[in-house]
Design a protein around this ligand. Sequence first.
Ligand code: G3P
Ligand code: CA
Length: 300
Amino acid sequence: MYVRPAAAAAAAFLGFTLTVLGGTAAPAATGPGAPAGTTGVLGPVVYAHRGASAYAPENTLEAVDRARRLGFDWVENDVQRTRDGELVVIHDDTLARTTDVEQVFPDRRPWRVRDFTAAEIGRLDAGSWFGPRFAGARVPTLREYMERVQENQQRLLLEIKKPELYPGIEAQTLELLEKTGWLDESHVSQRLVVQSFSADCVRIVHGLRPDLVTAFLGTPAVADLPRYAEFTDRINPWHTTISADWVTAVHGLLGAHGKAMEVDTWIVDDAATARKVRDMGVDGIITNAPDVVQNAVIGF
Ligand code: G3P
Ligand code: CA
């Protein structure tokens, strides 16, 4: 059982305090400066997946702001690249599901992100599909996104999405992070994690910036974990694929920074599943509904 009574008592106090102060829901977030294998004092660190995407259109600045208003500092996003080389924040490799691209550019099927310029994407409505009150929300450029997360004093779990479609996106992403001030010591040690489903991508990021915390998205077999530990710090699996034994196996390895590897699981949006993965010992939970998960794992 992963519940820690002292932490739960602290949580009741801190939850109140943080709400009053407008602070974060997971103040002791993990990072290279944090003890290996640690969680926030409130239990697993809670990450707002694509922003607070249960309440605002995913991967928009509105979703980032919504996470902030709910009291969550860690947000997750997805980074891809336009035809003219701009990094943008969007999950799918086409624009169809989350924008009005089919109306604005009816002749541009299949509406791939990489077939549109940043200016064209900037014209699209990325909010109406979610709800009329979000009409006018945009697909943010990564620069705009980083500026907003910085302004909000939040932290970022940045996913490089489908890197095989975008040669060189790892170096380009790091260059943008550098330009926006996100690769200084304070950001790297406390406020930034880079992840990908591509092991090659994670390995490249680690090679370019060995100081960065990275995560591999997936559930490698226990026997394969030592190979991942050579270049990454975390293994981030889909919650249906894990067990307490598997989490323990990950924790038993030292990652790329010489600390126990961590596990942040996704996408957990209900209280029962949140408690289940907490009890497996995960370090973090990535969720569209961070308030639901936070309330579940701290027990009130
Ligand atoms: O952060 C984990 C999660 O985002 C991975 O899945 O498809 O939502 O990017 P996906
Ligand atoms: Ca993602």
